[in-house]
Design a protein around this ligand. Structure first.
Ligand SMILES: CC1=C(CCC(=O)O)c2cc3nc(cc4[nH]c(cc5[nH]c(cc1n2)c(C)c5CCC(=O)O)c(CCC(=O)O)c4C)C(CCC(=O)O)=C3C
Ligand SMILES: [Fe+2]
Length: 337
């Protein structure tokens, strides 16, 4: 491992107590066209959990798991962590890295796909943070990993477990609802996002639940109602499925790497309640979190990018995404985030 002298975990950030919720939401939505009512409603989701998002805990656990995995493989590399929207802020982390003498780091982002929100915005965050720190290290974001076996295999396993957990009499006819965060149709990179999501859904469905009907749906939309976002929404989908006679749904949140608030609230509270109201048996499959296969993927991506592991494993039909996105990638057209 000669190319990199550090690994940087980059994430979204989330509040860690009731007083953090509004400042956090202001950070997230600065300069965005999010209706005030939506913000208040989302604040309530956080307050249901004492103002604590699961995401920072997930990042601490993932960082510890990566450190242990690297050490177990004889790779002596410090791991740092910085966020876009909450402490530890990326610029502060980059400053610490500089002070520690880091010259060149690989960045692992807790978002697996291509799109403005999933990839480019994190690249911009890294650029901005480096711009604030004189003598900042070089930072290379690792490739988009939605179709890496280390991301997909935990979902295959989780889908099988969720199916197995359904009551016997409804399991055979269960539908799979793969879900991902919706984005506005105008968001740059939206086509790649959908293409990658379809590819992952097809692989997981074929491996975990051959013969079961499945659909890709969206969740957590937020813009004004006049603005079109990716559809169908998971709640509408559940209604349609129930009306068509479906009795059981397994929800696989392939858009998420861990249990974010969108998973804990939008799926485990809201979609779960909707399914109960409709008389549907409903199970939500686990996210990768700190699954050992997912953690190992981080090391594999790091070695791959360092030139120490020439193969670029993928599943599905799309092949490996490039190491570095073209400068205009997920940035074209009107600035619609
Ligand atoms: C594609 C995508 C991902 C997946 C990629 C990735 O993982 O990064 C993602 C992740 C996340 N989104 C998160 C939280 C929020 N996202 C918001 C708003 C928005 N998200 C968008 C898209 C995405 N978001 C978009 C197009 C908006 C509209 C405003 C804007 O264009 O920015 C808002 C504002 C309120 C609301 O509108 O809901 C909040 C609070 C959290 C933290 C959750 C926690 O605390 O556990 C995480 C991981
Ligand atoms: Fe979001």
């Amino acid at each position: 491992m000669s190319t990199y002298d550090a690994l940087l975990l980059v994430s979204f950030g989330g509040p860690e107590g009731p007083d953090d919720v509004i400042p956090f939401l202001e950070n997230v939505t600065r300069g965005r066209n999010i209706p005030r009512e939506r913000l208040e409603a989302v604040g309530e989701h956080y307050h249901l959990f004492d103002g604590v998002s699961p995401i920072n805990r997930q990042c601490r656990d993932l960082k510890a798991a990566i450190e242990a995995d690297l050490a177990a493989h004889g790779i002596d590399l410090p791991v740092y962590w910085g966020n876009r929207n909450w402490e530890p802020y990326l610029a502060d982390t980059v400053r610490t890295m500089r002070d520690d003498g880091v010259r060149r780091a690989a960045a692992f982002v807790t978002s697996a796909y291509s799109c403005y929100s999933c990839c480019r915005q994190y690249l911009d965050d890294i650029d901005r943070a480096r711009g604030e720190v004189e003598g900042a290290p070089e930072i290379d974001k690792l490739r988009v990993y939605a179709n890496h076996p280390g991301f997909v295999a935990p979902f295959v396993e989780a889908t099988r477990s969720a199916l197995a957990d359904l009551p016997d009499d409804v399991r055979d006819g269960a539908h799979l609802a793969f879900s991902a965060h919706s984005v506005p149709l105008s968001q740059p990179g939206r086509e790649s996002y959908v293409t990658e999501l379809r590819d992952v859904a097809a692989v997981v469905a074929a491996e975990a639940a051959p013969g079961h009907p499945y659909e890709l749906v969206y969740q957590s939309r937020s813009g004004p109602p006049s603005q079109p976002w990716l559809e169908p929404d998971i709640l509408d989908h559940l209604e349609k499925a129930a009306a068509a006679g479906t009795r059981a749904v397994v929800n696989v949140p392939i858009g998420f790497t861990s249990d974010h608030m969108e998973v804990k609230y939008d799926l485990d509270v809201e979609a779960t309640a909707k399914a109960a109201e409709l008389g549907l048996a409903f199970r939500r499959a686990a996210t990768p979190g700190t699954h050992p296969r997912f953690v190992a993927m981080v090391r594999e991506l790091l070695l791959e990018r360092s030139g120490d592991a020439p193969e670029r494993p993928t599943v599905g039909a799309l092949g490996a995404r490039p190491d570095a996105c073209p400068a205009d990638c997920c940035r074209n057209g009107a600035r619609a985030r």
